[in-house]
Design a binder for this molecule. Structure first.
Ligand code: PNS
Length: 162
């Protein structure tokens, strides 16, 4: 069975992330969505909220597993015995950082390769940060994230922008 690990912060999961998960199945039989707590990014949602939103958003996609991973991605890959990392590549601006991460992960775990997938054009501009910003000012994000994520964002920002 071919397995891919799709790591990220997913704060929160967007329609762009879901598009990448679906596309991954062109290559892999099973996809593990590996959620990093990433406290340095000061996430809006705690790790369990993020996992719950991912679970809900992917519940109709078979062969998806969701796990939390702490520490280095390369160490997690070794522990799992999985050799492929999936990352979405939206624009040239993503490339430099993604290139660095792919090579660093390969340096740390010689057996691991990163596979880049391009999201559908309609999601190519989407980032979790931009969505949080729009939602923080009461903007409409319903076409950009799953309904329950939009609901969580509304609740989170009801008290006004952060
Ligand atoms: O969704 P993101 O924020 O772009 O995901 C980034 C993530 C979680 C994949 C990256 O920060 C990561 O792999 N973190 C774990 C720590 C690690 O392995 N760092 C070395 C690679 S830069």
């Amino acid at each position: 069975m071919k397995i891919g690990v799709y790591p990220g912060t997913f704060d929160p999961i967007t329609n762009g992330h879901i598009d990448i998960v679906r596309r991954s199945f062109q290559i892999f039989d099973k996809v593990i969505i590996a959620v990093a707590p990433n406290p340095k990014k000061k996430p809006l949602f705690d790790i369990h909220e993020r996992v719950e939103m991912i679970r809900e958003a992917t519940r109709n996609i078979p062969n998806v597993e969701i796990e939390i991973f702490e520490g280095l991605l390369a160490e997690y890959m070794k522990r799992k015995g999985v050799h492929a990392i999936v990352r979405g590549l939206r624009a040239i601006s993503d490339f430099e950082h993604e290139f660095m991460m792919a090579l660093l992960n390969r340096k740390l775990d010689g057996g691991v390769e990163t596979v880049f997938l391009m999201p559908s054009e309609e999601y190519s501009y989407l980032t979790s940060s931009a969505i949080k910003e729009v939602a923080s000012y009461g903007g409409v994000v319903k076409d950009l994230v799953p309904p329950m994520v939009a609901q969580h964002l509304r609740e989170r920002f009801q008290k006004g922008p952060k």
